[in-house]
Write a protein that binds this ligand. Structure first.
Ligand code: SF4
Length: 274
């Protein structure tokens, strides 16, 4: 069994407690219009091309053999791992996890899209007592959540919009399954609720009021307000696929502080950023 991983970020500080390694898994059932990781959406292998590095040698045989490119102008986006190889990579930094109360976070993409591979890696992580966090969009059958629950300490759970029709326009899918899964999960597992915030899209008090209604247990340890940024614009340019960058607006600092106050005033720990 193998999994497709497009990035492994070391010393991550925003994807759960302590110092972490964040593993970005390829494939996502959503197509968020503001996606920061467009290389994550397709489950298939893809190529990325940096024109300014290309020396025109054609060693890649008309862009078909990225592995042969001598100048790193052409690369595959992701790499295939066995559960054991990925676990070995994660364990290289176990000293930092121990010292900081950190661990490993699986993000993407949507990690649950590769649930059987994920399960094998999680078993290895728990055999070694690692703190495990899953960053999920929530759009997966409950049976997939059920499989991994015994091996997970914390979920980072996205709520992108509480209006299902708008959610579908923005992400390609309705939010019913996401909300249903959240209602189950919130009773049994610790959660950081993550709200991407885009000006004029989901920065309204109405949306926050609906989010507040979802917080029905003490398992929600904090809310993260994630302001939109356009850092991914470059990636869209270089990726050899059809996704197009769509610009949105970052909310002002004042607007973010106002949203933060909404939750803080109700006794909910709230963090602006990851
Ligand atoms: S092998 Fe690399 S440098 Fe050579 S033509 Fe292909 S992309 Fe350009």
């Amino acid at each position: 069994m193998t999994g497709e991983i497009f990035s492994i970020q070391k010393y991550a500080l925003h994807d759960g407690p302590g110092i972490r390694t964040t593993v970005f898994m390829k494939g996502c059932p959503l197509t968020c219009q503001w996606c920061h990781n467009p290389e994550s959406i397709s489950r298939e292998q893809e190529r990325i091309f940096y024109k300014d590095k290309c020396i025109g040698c054609n060693t890649c045989d008309a862009f078909t053999k990225p592995d042969l490119c001598p100048s790193e102008a052409l690369k595959y986006v992701s790499r295939t791992y066995s559960p054991e190889d990925l676990f070995d990579e994660i364990m290289k930094d176990h000293v930092f996890y121990e010292q900081s109360g950190g661990g490993v976070t699986f993000s993407g993409g949507e990690p649950l899209l590769q649930v059987d591979f994920l399960l094998e890696v999680l078993k290895l992580c728990k055999q070694h007592d690692l703190h495990v966090t899953i960053d999920t969009c929530g759009f997966a059958p409950w049976t997939s959540f059920d499989k991994i629950l015994p091996y997970v300490d914390l979920f980072l759970y996205d709520v992108k919009h509480t209006d299902s029709k708008i959610h579908k326009e923005l992400t390609g899918v309705a939010n019913d399954l996401i909300i249903d899964n959240l209602k189950k999960l919130i009773e049994i597992k610790d959660i950081y609720l993550r709200l991407p915030i885009l000006e004029g899209i989901n920065d309204t008090k109405e949306h926050l009021e609906e989010v507040k209604k979802l917080i029905t247990s003490d398992h929600v340890l904090q809310v993260n307000l994630l302001p939109y940024h356009n850092y991914a614009e470059n990636k869209y340019e270089h990726l050899m696929n059809d996704y197009e960058f769509k610009p949105f607006k970052r909310p002002s600092d004042e607007a973010l502080e106002s949203l933060e106050s909404f939750f803080v005033n109700q006794g909910i720990k709230t963090v602006i950023g990851g």
